[in-house]
Design a protein around this ligand. Structure first.
Ligand SMILES: [Zn+2]
Length: 251
């Protein structure tokens, strides 16, 4: 209750300032259609919320392409090359430190060829586990990605546009479960306050979901957020393309 109250106070400050917060929504780890993906798409469609699916390109994605051909306004971006953890424990990553920019670029290219035909495909990269290899941005630039998305930066000044996520619907240890209403309210409030104090009102706030791992409490909170945003004077959804320079909405 306290966190909900503090959040509503922060939202009132935005309203008094005549500002609107730009939320965007990224869901990770899609490969193929299934009941959880259907549930996710139903949320997006029912509430007209622009959804970005971060899809793992480790195989043929024709079934997903077929499913997405019948829904409007869903973005597809690239989630990793093969989503295989090559760390030896402690902090997962796909690309070991010794990989060169050229090797990473080749892996990215290989993945993108499988995603490019999907409806709504946007050449933007999201590293699994938010693991940012020191050569990653060089590889993305050489492969002409339009941007990338990881975790927690607010308004990064970078050559390649970076649109991060900031609210993770789930807790991960020891196993995935809903993060909790109070924690999410607190995190949203802190993200809003950070932007208000810095004057970076337009810096997007990214919601991160993982449809394959949601429990019922996570689905319930997600639907509640959608209902709240639909009528809210401050909270609004942005399409990922509108957060990037010179990219149109998907058809
Ligand atoms: Zn992932």
């Amino acid at each position: 209750m306290l966190q909900a109250l503090l959040l509503s106070r922060e939202l009132a400050r935005w309203r008094a300032a005549g500002r609107r917060a730009r939320l965007w929504w990224r869901d990770d780890d899609a490969r193929t259609p299934g009941p959880a993906l259907e549930r996710l798409l139903a949320h997006a469609l029912a509430f007209d919320a622009p959804l970005t699916l971060a899809v793992i390109p480790d195989g043929d994605r024709a079934e997903l392409a077929e499913r997405l051909a019948t829904v409007r306004g869903v973005r597809v971006v690239q989630h990793g090359a093969d989503h295989v953890d090559r760390s030896a424990g402690g902090g997962a990553f796909e690309f070991p430190p010794e990989r060169t920019a050229e090797e990473i670029a080749a892996a990215l290219r290989d993945g993108w060829t499988r995603l490019a035909p999907l409806p709504g495909a946007l050449k933007l990269f999201t590293p699994p586990w938010n693991a940012v290899h020191p050569r990653l941005t060089d590889a993305l630039a050489s492969e002409r990605y339009v941007g990338w998305s990881a975790w927690s930066e607010v308004a990064p000044e970078a050559a390649l546009p970076r649109i991060d996520t900031h609210l993770d619907l789930l807790r991960w240890n020891p196993s995935p479960r809903f993060r909790g209403k109070a924690r999410l309210a607190s995190q949203l409030r802190r993200q809003l306050a950070r932007r208000r104090k810095a004057g970076t009102w337009d810096a997007p706030i990214g919601l991160l979901t993982h449809h394959l791992d949601h429990d019922e409490a996570a689905w319930k909170w997600l639907a509640g957020l959608m209902r709240k945003v639909r009528r809210h004077p401050v909270l609004t959804w942005s399409d990922l393309g509108d957060l990037l320079p010179e990219t149109g909405r998907p058809q």
